[in-house]
Design a protein around this ligand. Sequence first.
Ligand SMILES: [Zn+2]
Ligand SMILES: [Zn+2]
Length: 171
Amino acid sequence: MKCPVCTHRLKAVTISDLTVDACSGGCGGIWFDAFELKKLETPHIAEGFTLLNIPINPLVHIDHRRKRPCPRCDDIFLRRHLYSRGHQVEVDSCPNCNGYWLDVGELNLLRQHKPAGKKAPIASTLSPSLARSYYSEVAKPELKELKSHGGEDAKQARWINRLLKFVLPGG
Ligand SMILES: [Zn+2]
Ligand SMILES: [Zn+2]
């Protein structure tokens, strides 16, 4: 499979019995098949993810405006979800196979710190402490609110919450 962001070939990365496809040596994003997401509920897999260190090519630019083809499906583009009023928490998912794509350690985290129209910084420029404070101050409260809506929103909020913990450096 090819990376939907930088077309680098995705590499299978296995944590316990969960295998995901990571853009290792490229943009550092991770593809989760729909059924793979479910496995993240297993505690030892969750733990393994916090140790995951995917090499990133700092020269790869992540362009959020470009359409991203699903690495799994033909002729299907991923849909960008905005999970907050301020659009700070974004993920891509495939409307066909329900897989999820995440930009590792980045997730448009710094969009809020930059004036509109400026480029989002690349993943490697994001400091772990900033990512952590982003998570606790911005993402967490917003996901909490989403959970309070119940139903599908709550279910998705749980996934996003879990995924964010894995992809943010130092979780
Ligand atoms: Zn990539
Ligand atoms: Zn798909």
